[in-house]
Design a protein around this ligand. Structure first.
Ligand code: FES
Ligand code: FES
Length: 156
């Protein structure tokens, strides 16, 4: 089937098999490999993107379901001159990444979290990111990054 998705502000129309998952559309058709596949079973959050501004796990969304909608991936966060999004900047400043595999999904989930709750507590950040797993288990700095991105003082 033909799907037309606005990916990071650019319209992309492609013929894909009906069963194509959004994550595979993004990686294989759009060539945006920042969205990772960790588990493929809705458990890890590595594939998190924004669909019309709401975070979704793109391994459980068909590309067909995104037809006519807007998707933002981690590649779409920074400005065209390369300036990092505040959440990306905060992950860098607070050492919120280790191997980095989970980081794009963590960042997209954090952007969504902060849109809903601009000044979260550490507990609220932990609850908001519970669908995103970091196999390196360094959650402390990830929570600090989200607190920092919210403009609050990072209390260690
Ligand atoms: S790859 Fe989608 S949740 Fe793990
Ligand atoms: S930084 Fe490695 S899985 Fe999270």
């Amino acid at each position: 089937m033909k799907v037309s998705i606005e990916v990071n502000g650019r319209s992309l129309t492609e013929e894909v098999p009906d069963r194509t998952l959004l994550v595979h559309f993004l990686r294989d058709t759009a060539g945006l490999t920042g969205t990772n596949v960790g588990c493929d079973t809705t458990s890890c959050g590595a594939c998190t993107v924004l669909l019309d501004g709401e975070s979704v796990k793109s391994c459980t969304v068909l590309a067909a379901q995104a037809d006519g909608h807007a998707v933002t991936t981690v590649e779409g966060l920074s400005s065209s001159d390369g300036e990092l999004h505040p959440v990306q900047q905060a992950f860098q400043e607070q050492h919120g990444l280790q191997c980095g595999f989970c980081t794009p999904g963590m960042i997209m989930a954090s952007v969504s979290l902060l849109a809903d709750n601009p000044k979260p507590t550490r507990d609220e950040v932990r609850a908001g990111l519970e669908g995103n797993l970091c196999r390196c288990t360094g959650y402390h700095n990830i929570v600090s990054a989200v607190i920092g991105a919210s403009g609050q003082e990072v209390d260690r």
